[in-house]
Design a protein around this ligand. Structure first.
Ligand code: C2E
Ligand code: CA
Ligand code: CA
Ligand code: CA
Length: 275
């Protein structure tokens, strides 16, 4: 369907199936959701592999839908992307995450690194650097405390353009992480040219890391590659002590997953980590 204008609501045709109707309903609801303050950030700790203390948090988007309850990105991210609404939502996420990190620093005298996910659409939007600069200035957060998580597929689409964008972001002083590393159309080539700080080892390699030699070999190779290039590593989706033990043995620097904390609200973060 063609992009409908603001406040234009589409007809629910009887030929649509239940799923299509729901998608269309969600799409209509999403326009109002930003204005109504229905989006919320949850935060998941990224812990130091040795001390297990939180070095930072990843901001993860949630939608408090008025009738459907709390929605995770799985249910609405495709719609946010296909409608382009992710651009406005993403700008809000950046501002909110920076404000939160700075508020924690003010209130608890703790320098908290904040990781924010960027969609491919945001990454290719020429306004991105300006939005990030605005979020940093408005919140007062030090740029080195903001880490942008970008997937390989967002980076690979246009290498020359990407180089320009990434260096533009680095010039602001922020950190750059490759999310879901090893799952995209990987080309190790870009690691040589682009100003990356962190590789995030995808959960799919972590899931069976204590049982599957191949997964363990891939994870170990990523950690060594990162080490050789002077990058840091974060393993995602750590759920068991056994996975933790293997990752520690490999020298992975930071760990993230349900073993330490699920994504929780800002208030829960304060009670759990700062008080
Ligand atoms: P991601 O960036 O790879 O985030 C990790 C996902 O794994 C999160 O799902 C997190 O809740 C989940 N997770 C973390 N630890 C564990 C674990 O130990 N076990 C299991 N089973 N899952 C774990 P979530 O919050 O549903 O987010 C899903 C995806 O949505 C994210 O994947 C990211 O790609 C996207 N996303 C989330 N927030 C934003 C946002 O603000 N902007 C954009 N553009 N994308 C976002
Ligand atoms: Ca992420
Ligand atoms: Ca990830
Ligand atoms: Ca993922």
């Amino acid at each position: 369907a063609k992009q409908a204008g603001r406040n234009t609501f589409r007809f629910f045709s009887t030929s649509m199936n239940q799923c299509q109707r729901e998608q269309l309903e969600l799409q209509n609801d999403m326009h109002a959701a930003l204005e109504n303050g229905e989006f919320e950030l949850y935060y998941q700790a990224q812990v130091d592999a040795h001390s297990k203390s939180a070095n930072g948090f990843e901001a993860l988007l949630r939608w408090n839908h008025p009738t459907r309850g709390l929605l995770t990105p799985y249910t609405f991210m495709d719609i946010a992307e296909s409608t382009g609404l992710i651009l406005r939502i993403g700008a809000w996420v950046l501002l909110e995450a920076c404000h939160q990190a700075r508020a924690w620093q003010n209130e608890y005298q703790r320098e908290v690194r904040m990781a924010v996910n960027l969609s491919a659409l945001q990454f290719n939007d020429t306004r991105l650097a300006g939005q990030i600069e605005h979020a940093l200035l408005e919140s007062g957060l030090s740029p080195h405390l903001l880490e942008l998580e970008i997937t390989e597929s967002a980076i690979i689409t246009n290498m020359a353009e990407t180089n320009y964008v990434l260096f533009g972001l680095k010039r602001l002083g922020v950190k750059l992480a490759i999310d879901d590393f090893g799952t995209g159309y990987s080309s190790l080539n870009y690691l040589r040219n682009f100003p990356i700080d962190t590789l995030k080892i995808d959960k799919s390699f972590v899931d069976y890391i204590d049982r599957n030699d191949k997964d363990a070999a891939i994870a170990r190779t990523i950690v060594q590659l990162a080490e050789n290039l002077g990058l840091s590593t974060v393993a995602e989706g750590v759920e068991t002590l056994s996975q933790q033990q293997v990752l520690e043995g490999m020298g992975c620097q930071e760990l993230q997953g349900y073993l330490y904390s699920k994504p929780i609200t800002a208030t829960e973060v304060e009670n759990r980590y700062f008080k």
